[in-house]
Design a protein around this ligand. Structure first.
Ligand code: SF4
Ligand code: SF4
Length: 167
């Protein structure tokens, strides 16, 4: 009995050993795969994330003035494929573990963003921005020539290539 009281007193003096969450801070382990985070400024609309997503949580759609990225939390299985394969780190699993939602909010738990686009430097076509993270994967050095070519839409790039070779 005395031993019981000793342990009880020691535990009482030590205080709680569990996290005080939700009344205080808690933590998530490194590499925790929570709700995905998305940056439209870095996204080039390549569609890789949609292709590799096993649960169909990501959809990319074309619309009149560009493209739209959407993510539905209720469908995401937090596998991490989208972040692993995204060439520009525009999408990744954050450490936000607040995935529980009321049934009535089920269809609101989404990310919905238009993908940043820019005008082709030679014509009126709107194209996804060529971000440095992508150019760095393809070129050893991001020169002015690289930047110029990346600023062209596919049609103008072909035209310039033709002009370079034959005119
Ligand atoms: S973490 Fe997996 S399931 Fe969730 S959006 Fe990314 S690829 Fe899809
Ligand atoms: S989030 Fe990444 S993988 Fe998905 S479309 Fe954008 S750049 Fe491509």
């Amino acid at each position: 009995m005395a031993q019981f009281f000793t342990i009880a007193l020691r535990n009482f003096l030590k205080g709680p050993t569990t996290d005080p969450y939700p009344f205080g801070e808690t933590y998530t382990p490194e590499n925790y795969r929570g709700i995905i985070a998305y940056s439209p400024e870095l996204c080039i609309g390549c569609g890789t994330c949609e292709y590799v997503c096993p649960s169909g949580a990501i959809k990319l759609r074309h619309h009149e003035s560009g493209m739209n990225f959407s993510y539905w939390l209720s469908t995401c299985c937090h596998c991490g494929n989208c972040g692993y394969y995204c060439p520009t780190d525009a999408v990744f699993n954050s450490n936000d573990f607040h995935t529980a939602r009321a049934q009535s909010e089920k269809y609101d738990a989404t990310i919905n963003d238009d993908i940043a686009s820019v005008q082709c430097s030679r014509c009126d076509a709107m194209i996804p921005r060529a971000v440095d993270a992508l150019l760095a994967r393809a070129y050893d050095e991001i020169t002015d020539t690289v930047r110029h070519r990346a600023s062209l839409c596919p049609d103008c790039r072909r035209l310039e290539q033709f002009e370079r070779m034959y005119l």
